[in-house]
Write a protein that binds this ligand. Structure first.
Ligand code: NAP
Length: 528
């Protein structure tokens, strides 16, 4: 398929702006073909207005129709074949094998949401039937369910050009909920974004979805994204990316005349706690796997373990030696963009320039134009406590080891943590018993707790939570991965004393959708 470099305002291609940008191959520095046009403010406005026009028609589609649409998007993405993998590889330097895996995850995610929509219980239908004889006052018939919020603006991250981008989790869950979507494409992979946008639009046309159900605007200027967030017809925002970007858009949304929810999933340092007996009995094994987790995908994962607390002991010396050995054998990989490489180098230099930080391991340096070696740093409990910036994410293949000397210090650092996506504990049975109170502390700090594993690798399933307290996200009550992500784009609406004929299907007495409902305090699929 030939790329146009235009905006996709529903099924119409528009390229009204003379200002263009190109994609660069991060490995070679080569400029890739096709000039992409920056969206104008007017084009953003047109896309959002069309999304608003389409909204009532799309929201009224049956669950089955929406499920078929989502499955068709998955099919159309697969139809793009190797063209998609090739362009994506050129734009990101991510290996073809990894991208094929990510494509699989992306289409399976779409199919998973199709299953959720078909099953239907996600709308959380609740029915309290009337109590006309209740004393001293009768009770009305009261019913509620989640209804789609309206047009949603979506921003994807550069590090998952498929699974957290144009047809990623935010778009899939918003479309599943019945919302129309306007995506602001990530400028690091505009060709990939365009290919995926075309796949979604082909699916929309093939399944009879109204024009404007999906649109995509592109651009390198912040103006494009800001115009989308500020548009009065946008009713929610899904964002995956850096803390700086997410916080800027969150603030912008709150400054609107009508503030709207921003579901921003941002950076995280994902602390790891290695407990004393685990360090003694399997420290070497943990060190090797830890090296793998820190350097996976050149460390460009939001779940990268960037911070590890380790008991100061003779075994911690061995741990460091094994880790140093493992890291020093790992080849440099290319980062996603020049900007991300520079940010990594600045962050790593800032750490290595501090007198209280020791660089304990460096990976192999590389030739590619954005290649970086992995880094492991070490500091003390006291220095960590005195320097709050050490908890911040350095996006890339690095981690900071903090030596702790007692359980009190472990509990202190856990208590002082900000919000993160994950926390990991390595412990033997004895450790886990002795440190049972650590879990209670960490539950308040993160969205996902892992025992004797690694945070990288986020399963897309019903029980997943990919979220966490601020600053990991701006919406700690939600998840951006897994089926619960759909609830971010629903708003509860209550229907009091409604005649049956006016009720949505999910709330009708006969339960025509055969979904689980909470009727007079009991979950059931029975009719009222
Ligand atoms: P990014 O630079 O924040 O970019 C994300 C998107 O936001 C881009 O479209 C970007 O457009 C836009 N944007 C950023 N700042 C903006 C601003 N001030 N105003 C308007 N738009 C703005 O993030 P990235 O570099 O692609 O991704 C890496 C980061 O994402 C890492 O910190 C990583 O940990 C995090 N991440 C988090 C998750 C998660 O689920 N929590 C998943 C993956 C990645 P421009 O490029 O044009 O600015």
């Amino acid at each position: 398929m030939e790329l146009r470099g235009s905006q996709y305002i529903g099924q119409i291609h528009v390229a009204g702006n003379d200002e263009t940008f190109t994609a660069t191959n991060p490995a070679s520095g080569e400029v890739l073909p096709v000039e992409f046009h920056e969206a104008t403010a007017d084009e953003v406005d047109q896309a959002v207005r069309l999304a608003e026009e389409a909204f009532p028609v799309y929201a009224a589609k049956s669950p089955e129709q929406r499920a078929v649409f989502l499955e068709k998007i998955a099919e159309e993405i697969m139809e793009l074949g190797d063209d998609l993998i090739q362009r994506c590889h050129e734009e990101t330097a991510l290996p073809g094998g990894r991208l094929k895996g990510e494509r699989g995850r992306t289409v399976n995610q779409l199919k998973l949401f199709a299953r959720v929509v078909r099953e239907g219980s996600w709308v959380d239908a609740r029915i309290d039937t009337a109590l006309p004889d209740r004393q001293p006052l009768p009770r009305a018939d009261i019913r509620q369910m989640l209804k789609p919020v309206g047009p949603v603006g979506v921003f994807g991250a550069s590090n998952f050009p498929l699974a957290f981008s144009v047809a990623g989790g935010d778009t899939a869950s918003a479309l599943a909920a019945g919302c129309t979507v306007v995506v602001k494409g990530h400028p690091a992979h505009p060709g990939t974004s365009e290919l995926i946008a075309v796949a979604i639009l082909r699916a929309a046309a093939a399944t009879g979805m109204p024009d404007g159900t999906f649109s995509m605007v592109q651009g390198t200027s912040y103006n494009v994204g800001e115009a989308l967030v500020k548009h009065p017809l946008i009713k929610a925002v899904g964002f995956t990316g850096s803390f700086r970007g997410g916080k800027a858009l969150f603030d912008l949304a709150n400054q609107r005349d009508e503030p709207i929810p921003v579901f921003a999933e941002m950076g995280s340092t994902n602390p790891v706690f290695i407990l004393p007996e685990a360090l003694k009995t399997k420290g070497e094994e943990i060190a090797k796997s830890f090296a793998g987790s820190v350097t996976l995908g050149v460390g460009q994962f939001c779940t990268n373990p960037g911070l590890a607390f380790i008991p100061k002991s003779p075994e911690s010396e061995t741990f460091r030696e094994v880790l140093t050995d493992a890291i020093s054998g790992i080849d440099a990989g290319n980062m996603l963009t020049k900007g991300i490489k520079e940010a990594f180098e600045n962050g790593a230099n800032k750490l290595s320039n501090q007198e209280y930080i020791e660089t304990v391991a460096s990976g192999v340096t590389g030739e590619g134009s954005t290649a970086v070696p992995a880094k492991i740093f070490k500091t003390t409990y006291e220095s960590y406590g005195a320097q709050p910036f050490l908890e911040e994410e350095v996006f890339g293949p690095s981690s900071l080891l903090v030596e702790v000397k007692s359980k009190t210090e472990v509990m202190d650092v856990a208590r002082s943590l900000d919000g993160h996506l994950t926390a990991t504990i390595h412990g033997t049975e004895n450790d886990l018993k002795e440190y049972a109170d650590l879990f209670g502390l960490l539950e308040r700090k993160v969205g996902r707790l892992i025992v004797n594993g690694y945070p990288t690798g986020v399963e897309v399933c019903d029980a997943m939570v990919h979220g966490g307290p601020y600053p990991a996200t701006t919406a700690p009550q939600s998840t951006s991965v897994g089926t619960n992500a759909i609830k971010r784009f629903g708003r509860p609406v209550c229907y009091q004393d409604f005649p049956g004929s006016l009720l949505p299907d999910a709330l009708r007495n006969s339960n025509p959708l055969k979904i689980w409902r909470l009727i007079n305090a009991e979950y059931t699929k029975d009719p009222v």
